[in-house]
Design a protein. Structure first.
Length: 244
């Protein structure tokens, strides 16, 4: 058994053990700090350590160009970008400084450790099999955004196998339009090279998030126009990163 097989396997085992430890620590701290605060103290530490063990170098570009109220979290937004890797959710929420949460599928809540901790962190779950429940969850998400919670979404709906951008679905833009908040596009560069869809061996390398110009939802006639503008913006950011 060669080293190219052994090392990633050992890192996966290390990551799984550390995830269990991090989740237990979150639950121990939650009664004193509250679930979300405990999560944001422990999770970035865990994610950074695991990324370093895999040889992943996280980079963030364009953040300082955002308006100060978006950077500091005083004004909420819906951050949307391309979905390239299984690692995208933890790497994105730990790299963006505004502590965004995901709107997650209800089934994820049942996954041991992972589901438990994102439930503790107060992520928003949607039951896609029940339309009425899904609509109620989206209404809750809009209320949470208006109250100040930043959201991250991957509007492609699934991970791209070859890194090419898939057509955007409407949900995240209807949410931003309903909440009356801006959409902030971003592009992930390096995800498919680090962990391609369907693969398990992590190659490490640069994982770069490039943030674009915010799109004010009030400037668009409806969510579809906002979606089209956002998809064009992400495509432009992907082209920019390719040329760096």
């Amino acid at each position: 058994m060669g080293r190219p097989f052994v090392r990633p396997l050992l890192v996966w085992i290390f990551g799984a053990l550390m995830l269990a430890l991090a989740v237990c620590l979150c639950f121990l701290l939650a009664p004193f700090l509250g679930g979300p605060r405990a999560f944001w103290i422990v999770a970035p530490w865990y994610i950074r350590g695991t990324a370093e063990a895999f040889g992943i170098r996280r980079e963030l570009e364009g953040w300082e160009a955002l308006p100060e109220d978006l950077r500091t979290g005083r004004r909420p937004a819906v951050f949307i970008g391309n979905h390239t890797s299984l690692f995208d959710p933890p790497l994105v929420i730990s790299t963006l400084p505004c502590h965004p949460v995901f709107v997650a599928k209800r089934e994820l809540a049942g996954i041991p450790f992972l589901g438990w901790v994102i439930w503790l962190a107060d992520f928003i779950f949607i039951d896609r099999r029940d339309r009425a429940a899904a609509m109620a969850s989206l209404a809750e998400a809009a209320a949470r955004i208006r109250a100040g919670q930043a959201i991250v979404a991957f509007p492609e709906g699934t991970r791209s196998r070859d890194g090419n951008l898939l057509p955007f679905k409407k949900g995240a833009f209807a949410l931003a339009f309903e909440a009356g908040v801006p959409v902030v596009p971003f592009a992930i560069h390096g995800g498919p090279e680090i962990l391609p869809k369907g693969a398990w061996r992590v190659k490490g390398g640069s994982y770069r998030i490039t943030v674009g110009v915010p799109l004010e939802s009030s400037a668009y006639a409806d969510p579809d126009r906002l979606r089209e503008a956002a998809e064009s913006a992400v495509r432009g950011l992907l082209g920019k990163t390719e040329n760096l």
